[in-house]
Write a new protein. Structure first.
Ligand code: GZL
Length: 333
């Protein structure tokens, strides 16, 4: 009899212990720090997988996220994927095993995320897409996507080119430096630009290649463009950094960037704005990297179980050479 009673009591204690542990996990991913701190001390733990450190934009984006997490009292587990998808997938799996409260990441490419995002969903850990989107049709795999509309950015660049060459009878010979293959900004900026320019036969796209959003590759590809095409009128670069690399190639070829070859880029980071003010770039479409504050607000709402908008669009503008001169002193990035 005594054995039976003690077995019942022991069983009850074990069940209570299991429930308590389970309750920690159910409350949104448990401690995440492995130290058992986590939600019990009210601190949210966010796992963030960053694309890499390929451009001035990315550096500013990382700074915004890290500073905003600090300011919001959110513990950030930060991982730099060096522009490799497999590193991002590994990082997300590590965040899941650490039982973080929320995962945010900027997908280096659009495709190939469904499996790992399903693993996060099955683990009860919400995901926020930051900066770049994924092409998964399953919208339940993430809570929201905060970032720019890259198609509109490409359209803005195309509109400026049409205006700039309105009086030219043609042909207007163009080359394009794309972001890394498969990245949402590369796909969409190319599509947006072509949707505006494509209909006008005087514009000829002589060459369009990936420059991977870096200065080094942008310079390398522009050197090849110049060797193959002596009469380039316009360069469209998907970010300032590739445009800045291309400027080095253009000058090395004895041509004047901004005069012999007009240049339109996207981002509006400080170095790009300086080149714009100096007349080496002709027009920049802004793409704001300062997503940190909004990301942390969204994270708190998601962890608290509040509904958030499926899409949060970032505000941004465009700059001419004159506008760059007056904007430069106050640029935050
Ligand atoms: C755009 C971002 C792009 C920037 C590049 O939101 O993903 O990646 O335009 C950066 O500078 O490398």
């Amino acid at each position: 009899m005594l054995r039976k009673v003690s077995a019942v009591v022991l069983g009850g204690v074990l069940v209570a212990a299991a429930l308590a542990a389970c309750g920690g996990q159910e409350r949104g991913g448990g401690s995440g720090t492995g130290s058992g701190a986590g939600k019990d001390d009210g601190q949210i733990v966010m796992g963030f997988s960053q694309v890499g450190a390929e451009s001035g934009w990315r550096t500013a984006n990382t700074k915004s996220i890290q500073e905003s997490a600090e300011a919001a009292g959110i513990k950030l587990q930060f991982s730099d994927a060096q522009q490799k998808q497999e590193n991002q997938i590994k990082a997300i799996r590590s965040f899941i095993s650490q039982k973080v409260d929320i995962i945010a990441f900027s997908p280096v490419v659009e495709s190939g995320w469904d499996t790992v995002l399903k693993e996060a969903k099955d683990a009860g850990i919400p995901v926020i897409l930051t900066d770049r989107a994924v092409d998964s049709p399953d919208k339940t795999l993430y809570k929201t996507f905060i970032g720019s509309d890259f198609v509109v950015e490409g359209q803005k660049a195309g509109e400026w080119v049409k205006q700039e060459f309105a009086s030219a009878s043609g042909p207007v010979n163009m080359v394009e430096l794309q972001g890394n293959t498969g990245a949402a900004p590369a796909i969409d900026r190319k599509e947006g630009f072509a949707s505006v320019i494509g209909s006008d036969p005087k514009f000829k796209m002589l060459a369009s290649q990936p420059g991977d959003f870096t200065r080094v590759k942008g310079k390398e590809v522009m050197e090849a463009f110049l060797r193959a095409n002596p009469d380039i009128d316009l360069l469209y670069a998907h970010n300032d950094d590739m445009g800045l690399g291309a400027i080095e190639a253009i000058e090395a070829a004895g041509k004047k960037p901004g005069t012999d070859i007009k240049i339109v880029t996207v981002d509006a980071v400080k170095d790009g704005m300086q080149a714009l003010a100096d007349g080496k770039i002709n027009f920049i479409v802004e793409c704001s990297p300062l997503l940190g504050p909004q990301l942390m607000d969204l994270a708190k709402k998601v962890v608290a179980g509040e509904t958030v908008p499926e899409r949060v669009l970032t505000e941004e503008t465009t700059f001419t050479q004159e506008q760059a001169k007056s904007a430069l002193p106050d640029r935050k990035y």
